[in-house]
Design a protein. Structure first.
Length: 131
């Protein structure tokens, strides 16, 4: 009986530790699969071609556009941290609203960024506006 209790306690503690260790793990995995090829694992982008996500003023100034950019892509010029970028970004239409929210939340806290938490409902409202 005591051994079973210890096993359950160990499992619960491991689960709690894992959840606290990286609350944005799903977003990090999605970012690695869909975004890192261009924006790099460290969010620095490709100098002169792909804008950085690290300390990006664009993320701060245009939070309602980010979900739309992830889903539908972006063409034309964009200015990030005072530098112009014109490389087109393809959209990822197969991502769910939930997955987009996870990616945004990961980006908002990764690499020293502190841009707040985005709810799935907020992503859904933003995506309705850009259809």
């Amino acid at each position: 009986m005591q051994r079973s209790l210890l096993i359950v306690l160990f499992f619960v503690m491991t689960l709690v530790w894992a959840c606290q260790n990286n609350p944005y793990q799903q977003g990090e995995i999605m970012y690695g699969s869909y975004c890192a090829n261009c924006h790099m694992e460290d969010g620095t982008g490709l100098r002169g071609r792909i804008p950085p996500l690290v300390k990006s003023d664009y993320l701060k100034k245009h939070p309602d556009e980010i979900a739309c950019i992830i889903r539908y892509g972006k063409t034309g010029e964009i200015v990030v941290n005072g530098k112009k970028y014109s490389e087109a970004m393809p959209g990822e239409r197969k991502l769910t609203d939930f997955e987009i929210a996870n990616i945004i939340n990961y980006i908002h806290q990764a690499w020293g960024n502190d841009y707040g938490f985005v709810k799935v409902q907020t992503v859904q409202k933003a995506l309705e506006k850009c259809k």
